[in-house]
Write a protein that binds this ligand. Structure first.
Ligand code: TXA
Ligand code: MG
Length: 317
């Protein structure tokens, strides 16, 4: 198990030596390494068992520091940054030569984000390089939203876990590409409606396994180890004992299934609260010994509900 604490100086020295530190952000925890050091970045891929064709996000503390790793930032991207950085927005931009190919899986572009968490932002200010950080989970599994989640699965592969409490947003960042006209590649913690207020013409082009230049959005992802299916697809005549079925529901319990086997995302029907609790709910059900399989349902398709439903589609794929 890794040491967990709030020691920024310790995190800094580990990162400077090419080690791995798990960092809190407002979205999910990241598994961070010096993003300009290919050897350090290689450790991230290895720790996560992540295929090298899936590029990483570079985390920086300001637009100024983003300018050191990207060729140019178009006006619309600057506008988005003004509105939403620091925050759950990642922008894909043409990269500069100093960014190692391993970070970008050989693409000519790099994904950049200014996260919004006091500990991590302080860390980013004190180090002289961007942090390459994917979500701190084994590849394909549910993203971590507490230091304990990271420790449970990657504790023996990370040198230190910076503990910033529970993530306030709970969903990965929204990714917008500026390589051509602005286009959303991944729905996430910044809602489409918020982006549309700034760029009304924004396109949405969620990628999948059929589009290898935009990986990481593989169809089956964010998945618990147990079987998970949408309640519509569930055959209630099956021989399964209802006492062994769990449910991840939006606001109301499912009939027939024992309440203690259910995780209600938001009893008051608040989409943001549901987003914040989604990955904890999936983990709880996955770790509950009494449950063999999990049923779930979509939430309203608005605000962060789109991103929640996207994750549920991938979890049930
Ligand atoms: O909220 C987040 O974004 C978290 C925190 C830690 O910042 N990070 C995160 O990283 O979710 P990860 O690696 O799990 O997801 C990054 C996504 C992947 O789907 C990857 O394919 C995409 O970003 N990506 C990275 N670079 C890209 C690029 N140049 N072009 C297109 N997609 C890119
Ligand atoms: Mg991830």
């Amino acid at each position: 198990m890794a040491e967990i604490g709030q020691d920024i100086a310790k995190a800094k020295s580990i990162l400077e030596l090419g080690g791995l530190v798990a960092i809190p952000t407002e979205t999910v925890y990241g598994l961070a390494a010096n993003g300009l050091n290919a050897q350090a970045v290689a450790k991230v891929f290895e720790a996560k068992q992540r295929p090298s064709f899936d590029p990483l996000i570079l985390h920086v503390h300001s637009v100024g520091s983003a300018e050191q790793i990207v060729e140019k930032i178009p006006a619309e991207a600057i506008t988005l940054a003004k509105h939403f950085w620091p925050g759950p927005l990642t922008m894909v931009l043409p990269k500069k030569g100093i960014v190692p190919d391993l970070v970008t899986s050989g693409l000519g572009s790099v994904a950049v984000r200014v996260p919004n968490h006091s500990l991590t932002n302080e860390l980013l200010q004190t180090i002289g390089f961007p942090l390459a950080a994917p979500s701190a989970n084994p590849f394909g599994y549910i993203s971590p939203v507490t230091a304990q989640h990271v420790n449970d699965q990657l504790g023996d592969r990370v040198d230190y876990i910076l503990d910033g409490g529970e993530c306030s947003v709970g969903l990965e960042s929204t990714i917008v590409s500026f390589l051509e006209e602005p286009k959303v590649l991944r729905l996430g913690g910044l809602s489409l409606e918020q982006i549309q207020q700034v760029i009304p013409s924004i396109k949405v082009n969620l990628h999948s396994s059929s589009q290898p230049t935009a990986p990481g959005m593989l169809e089956s992802h964010y998945a618990p180890k147990k079987s998970i299916e949408l309640k519509e697809a569930f055959n209630s005549n099956s021989t399964d004992d209802f006492f062994q079925i769990g449910a991840l529901v939006f606001q109301h319990y499912m009939e027939e299934i024992p309440k203690e086997n259910q995780f209600v995302l938001s009893p008051k029907g608040d989409i943001n609260e549901a987003a914040q609790r989604l990955f904890t709910g999936l983990r709880d059900l996955d770790n509950n010994q009494n449950i063999k399989r999990i049923l779930t349902e979509f939430v309203p398709e608005e605000g962060l509900g789109r991103a929640i439903n996207d994750r549920l589609k991938r979890a049930t794929a």
